[in-house]
Design a protein around this ligand. Structure first.
Ligand code: PEP
Ligand code: MG
Length: 579
């Protein structure tokens, strides 16, 4: 047996897929020259093929969710593009190219021209044009391009590139896709993410060496393809794939259920993201919007402060993937472990660092204002500990809005991530439109622990809990909503306490959104309120642990049930803990 090989690409849609490699049969390019007398008919055949491809895409778009439908529908416009039609006509009528070859040639040339423009978003369109060309060429030769996968065999499709419609139409036996080219920003990737189909792009020509039927394991999270994986790796990845398939099926089934406690208290569950892949996964699991967009993660290799255009290019695809749902955009939280090369050595962090660089800060605020037009966006400031920082930011924001000619500006919120901020929660809430607790930093700062030491964060330490409860009280006294967007928002030890303290919104990593919503449905608000009050009277973390552990265990059992793929009984048996 060949040793296992790891091919690296880019993570474009998360998920794991294990199966045999499968290539779709290549289309033969007809090379004969059409006789002059037959060219008129051949040209009509090419036109009809393009029209048919357009109609097909329209029908497919109707069957997809609205956003993905719009992406596929763009192909319909391309099918009727006058420049494309003129090139096809020239190829058939002047050079006697057969209809299918003329279409493939014209669409390739069109795609190459777009790809050369050097604009990442436009380059993503190039794959769409090629895919439309393949579809229409198949009609021109009457040879169906979309061959079925091997019957009942799970496969990983291996291809050069794919268009969004190709992805939407893959047979159900295709569990994942590995592409030689393309990019995570391509439309194929957007559709793959929304369908939950793992996708790795940009693997490069080595992918061509993988022959049909070879066992492969695709990791859409890491962006890699293992060819001929060791049996142990294949087994673990197959188990992971099945566990995720069950979790997704359950999230899908429960997406419409509200995140409401058994006694009718609603909690807004949002998703933490750094890119659009997580948006799709979060929304699919029922997230009501983005609770934390960590904008700095897009610029960790930056050599200078990002420009307005760079900010906008990062924001647009994420907000587009979000559709009408609300987004909480946090401004750059550079510093400490998140210092790009040009900031190495600085001791400043978060909002303090930004306010010291007003031109760079204004560039990001202007980009957010522009991206926010017609959308539901709020702006969040990291590591605030003084109301003056909010006031200074608001002044800058209003100035930027005026420059852009905008009538108003989005709501502005402060993160509570230090004991000082928690102590000032009422004063912060008085000048903010909302608050958000960053429990990761708050825990480390309160306990004097190193957040990056690898030791478990004890956010349930009563000293941290007191800061959280005080922040909630401060926000509510000022009539402001408060969210938690640190890891605590998806920790079974903390979720009951946070809901008990009256936190309005929980923002969790994309893969945790479904389970957090499920946990909320298992809780009784009345009971967790009492649990929260009692936790605040405890002397140490161990005591809180003993108090909350029975509840956390019940919640964890929801996860275990996921792994076993069992059907739950609707919640009647849960959370009969001490009152
Ligand atoms: C936090 O500190 O809890 C938080 C959400 O911010 P980050 O993890 O990005 O520092
Ligand atoms: Mg933080």
């Amino acid at each position: 047996m060949m040793p296992s090989r790891l091919l690296a690409g880019h993570p474009a849609a998360p998920g794991i897929a294990v199966g045999g490699a499968w290539r779709r049969p290549e289309q033969d390019r007809a090379t004969h020259v059409v006789a002059a007398a037959d060219r008129q008919a051949e040209h009509r055949r090419a036109q009809t093929a393009l029209e048919l491809a357009g109609t097909e895409l329209n029908e497919l778009a109707d069957r997809l969710p609205a956003d993905e439908g719009e992406i596929v529908r763009a192909g319909v416009l391309m099918a009727g593009d006058p420049a494309l039609l003129a090139t096809v006509e020239e190829a058939v009528m002047v050079r006697g190219a057969p209809a299918s070859a003329a279409i493939l040639e014209a669409s390739d040339a069109y795609a190459d021209a777009i790809a050369r423009l050097g604009d990442e978003m436009l380059a993503a369109r190039a794959d769409d044009v090629r895919s439309l060309g393949r579809r229409a060429a198949a009609h021109a030769t009457a040879a169906p391009d979309r061959a079925e996968g091997p019957a009942d065999e799970p496969v990983i499709l291996i291809a050069d590139d794919l268009g969004p419609a190709d992805v939407a139409e893959l047979p159900s036996t295709v569990l994942g896709v590995a592409l030689l080219g393309s990019a995570p920003t391509a439309h194929a990737a957007i559709v793959a993410r929304s369908l939950g189909l793992p996708l790795v792009t940009g693997i490069g020509p080595e992918l061509l060496d993988v022959i049909d039927g070879t066992p492969v394991a695709l990791d859409g999270d890491a962006g890699s393809l293992v060819v001929e994986p060791e049996p142990e790796l294949a087994r673990t990845m197959a188990e992971e794939m099945r566990a995720r398939q069950r979790a997704t099926a359950r999230d899908d089934a429960e997406r419409e259920l509200p995140a409401r406690t058994r006694d009718g208290h609603d909690v807004t569950v949002l998703v933490n993201v750094a890119g659009s892949a997580e948006v799709a996964v979060g929304l699919r699991a029922g997230a009501e919007g983005i609770g934390l967009l960590r904008t700095e993660l897009g610029f960790m290799e930056a050599r200078a402060w990002p420009t307005e255009a760079e900010h906008l290019a990062m924001l647009e695809p994420i907000l587009a993937a979000l559709g009408p749902h609300p987004a909480t955009v946090r401004v750059l939280d550079f510093g400490a472990d998140k210092a790009p090369p040009f900031l190495r050595g600085t001791s400043l962090r978060g909002i303090t660092l930004l306010l010291g660089e007003p031109a760079a800060f204004a560039a990001q605020l202007r980009a957010i204002l522009r991206a926010a037009r017609g959308r539901d966006v709020r702006i969040l400031l990291p590591l605030v500990d003084d109301p003056a920082q909010l006031l200074a930011t608001r002044e800058l924001l209003v100035e930027c809005a005026r420059e852009l000619g905008d009538a108003g500006s989005p709501p502005l919120g402060a993160m509570v991530e230090t004991p000082r901020a928690a102590a000032a929660a009422s004063a912060l809430a008085a000048v903010a439109d909302f608050l958000s607790i960053g429990t990761n930093d708050l825990t480390a700062a309160t306990l004097g622990a190193d957040r990056f030491s690898g030791a478990a964060a004890r956010t349930y330490d009563p000293r941290v809990l007191a800061h959280i409860a005080a922040s909630v009280a401060g926000a509510h006294a000022a009539g402001r909503r408060i969210e938690v967007c640190g890891e605590a928002a998806s920790d079974p030890m903390l979720v009951p306490l946070l809901v008990g303290f009256g936190v309005d919104e929980l923002s969790a990593g994309a893969a945790r959104v479904g389970v957090v919503r499920r946990w909320v449905r298992r809780l009784s608000h009345d009971q967790v309120r009492r649990l929260g009050s009692e936790a605040l009277t405890m002397r140490g973390a161990e005591q809180v642990e003993s108090l909350v552990e029975p509840v956390a265990r019940e919640l964890r059992s929801v996860d275990v049930d996921d792994a076993l793929g069992e059907d739950l009984d609707g919640g009647g048996r849960l959370l009969a803990f001490g009152t």
